[in-house]
Ligand binder design. Structure first.
Ligand SMILES: Nc1nc2c([nH]c(=O)n2[C@H]2C[C@H](O)[C@@H](COP(=O)(O)OP(=O)(O)OP(=O)(O)O)O2)c(=O)[nH]1
Ligand SMILES: [Mg+2]
Length: 138
């Protein structure tokens, strides 16, 4: 029998919005939040009773005033990554269609980035492999 992980497991859902030129929207985590200064895919923690898709729709609305339709969210990859104090499990969805214009509602810096340039932006440990997957498979 294997020992249980002493760290909490955090379920997060994130989304890569893709524009017509194939650029990806990333956001810089603002001061005061965990992992401030790191670039990420917009999203957040999955609340009890929510599907990952519902969490993405809610988070994009809260963080960016963007409305993706749930069926426009395409599962792309997931990570299961150990941080020092928790373990994150995070699916990444792709979305090419949404209503609204992304607005940084939490003071976060936003950037539309070509997949080849993602490595120029410092991302958190869990996101590095997702950025590589986007580079290789998009
Ligand atoms: N949204 C998002 N979170 C990520 C990514 N990579 C990564 O390690 N994380 C971590 C950072 C946080 O510890 C956690 C998600 O938290 P969050 O701060 O976005 O959650 P939230 O939007 O629900 O924010 P809050 O209400 O708790 O402040 O997952 C990513 O690409 N996107
Ligand atoms: Mg968030």
């Amino acid at each position: 029998m294997t020992a249980r992980s002493p760290k909490p497991v955090l379920f997060v859902a994130a989304c890569a919005l893709l524009d017509a030129d194939g650029r990806i929207l990333i956001a810089k985590r603002p001061e005061g939040k965990a992992m401030a200064g790191f670039w990420e895919f917009p999203g957040g923690k999955i609340e009890p009773g929510e599907t990952p898709e519902q969490a993405v729709v809610r988070e994009l609305r809260e963080e960016l005033s963007v409305e993706p339709c749930e069926r426009c969210l395409h599962p792309f990859a997931f990570v299961s990554h150990p941080y020092d104090d928790f373990h994150i499990v995070m699916p990444l969805f792709l979305c090419r269609t949404w209503d609204g214009f992304p607005h940084p509602n939490e003071g976060q810096e936003l950037a539309w980035v070509r997949k080849e340039r993602l490595r120029d932006y410092q991302m958190s440990g869990a996101d590095v492999s997702l950025a590589a997957e986007l580079r290789d498979r998009l």
